[in-house]
Design a protein around this ligand. Structure first.
Ligand code: TTP
Ligand code: MG
Length: 356
């Protein structure tokens, strides 16, 4: 018996919300992000702007050069967080086994669902139509029996896509993909794989598991499994987290304080969303940075009470960042916000609801 996993990813999330709420932006190249006259970066671009080669994390000034007519607006995270909460209510109509990845992205395990509906395709269509009807936004869905393939599938026909990769098609579907597409493979791992003559997923199949283990440790094991379409990770399972959080190494160093604080805000927002979804509360929050000279600094604080509220955690996360000596002046290449000291457990058993 195969699992049925749906991965949902909203299309041009921040930009689509702004186009929805501001009719004058519709059909136009819209960029949500930092000021193009400053050192800000693009959070996301509408699909109209992407046709000029603009994408997330690009400096806003470059985006302006590529498309001088583009409209630039600053992000409104409160609004996006509210939309994300509405989105999660729609997910919960179908299942309570949900694993949020970010504000606009989540895995849903629909193997058993509240509609007792055996077709994951029908459920994905239902979710997409509810998102359209209620939020006036579009999402792309990917369906497969394993998580990493469901995620690849949701990216396959963006925007407004729905792609199903049945269990028997997985091996063929992934064979010719570049290794970079595999879950957890960033620039560094990609380079290392390439140096070992591994460019496509199917190239991993020419290596032994022991070879992958030798060169990549635990990750090698996982890469080997994924090359054969295997991914044991279940959706939103309550793992015994030692810590939970978000971190990123940036393609361009973060230079100004505004950008650094905005990243802290993004990551803390994601963190709180993850905590609330999993019904966890935490007591200790940590902010870490790696400067461009590779020195590493980390600050943490333990609160007197457990919480998962952004109102509690965001001011502390910002304070922690600001307490790092010289944070204003030194460019940073990595930033992370994480939490530990957990309390709580996953929500109870799903309820049966009638099909609407
Ligand atoms: P994504 O899902 O990566 O991008 P997207 O929803 O804008 O576009 P699509 O999925 O159709 O390709 O990210 C979701 C939101 O997260 C995005 O709207 C803005 C924010 N974001 C950033 O702020 N910085 C980033 O570098 C990225 C990748 C996303
Ligand atoms: Mg998205």
């Amino acid at each position: 018996m195969f699992n049925k996993i749906i991965h949902i990813d909203m299309d041009a999330f921040y930009a689509s919300i702004e186009q929805r709420d501001n009719p004058q932006f519709r059909g136009k190249p819209l960029i949500v992000g930092g000021n193009p006259r400053g050192r800000g970066v693009v959070c996301t671009a509408s699909y109209e702007a992407r046709s000029y080669g603009i994408n997330s994390a690009m400096p806003s000034a470059t985006a302006k050069r590529l498309c001088p007519n583009a409209i630039f607006i600053a992000p409104n995270l409160d609004k996006y967080r509210q939309v994300s909460q509405e989105l999660h209510k729609i997910f919960h109509e179908v299942t309570d086994i949900i694993e949020p990845i970010s504000l606009d992205e989540a895995y849903l395990d629909v193997t058993n669902n509240k509609f007792n509906e055996p077709s994951a395709t029908l459920l994905a269509k239902y979710i997409k139509s509810r998102i359209k009807a209620q939020l006036h936004l579009t999402a792309s869905a990917g369906i497969s029996s394993v998580k990493f393939v469901a995620k690849l599938a949701s990216d396959e026909n963006k925007p407004n896509g729905l792609t199903v990769i049945p269990p028997n098609d997985i091996l063929t579907y992934i064979a010719d993909l570049p290794v970079r597409k595999l879950w957890g493979v960033g620039e560094k791992t990609e380079q290392k794989l390439n140096q070992l003559g591994i460019f496509k997923v199917k190239d991993i199949r020419n290596k032994k598991r022991s070879f992958m283990l030798l060169h990549f440790g635990k990750q090698g094991n996982f890469l080997y499994d994924m090359a054969y379409g295997k991914d044991q990770r279940s959706v939103g399972e309550p793992t015994l987290h030692r810590s939970i959080g978000q971190e990123s190494t940036f393609s361009k160093d973060l230079l100004n304080l505004e950008e650094k604080l905005l990243k802290v805000e993004h990551f803390t927002t994601y963190l709180c969303q993850q905590l609330q979804e999993k019904n966890y509360q935490i007591k200790t929050i940590n902010v870490k940075v790696r400067f461009n000279d590779f020195t590493y600094k980390s600050k943490e604080r333990t609160l007197p009470h457990y919480t998962s509220a952004l109102n509690d955690l965001l001011p502390i996360a910002k304070e922690l960042l600001l307490s790092i000596p010289d944070i204003e002046n030194i460019p940073i290449r990595l930033l992370g916000v994480s939490a530990k000291n957990f309390w709580g457990e996953r929500k109870g058993n799903p309820q049966q609801l009638p099909l609407l």
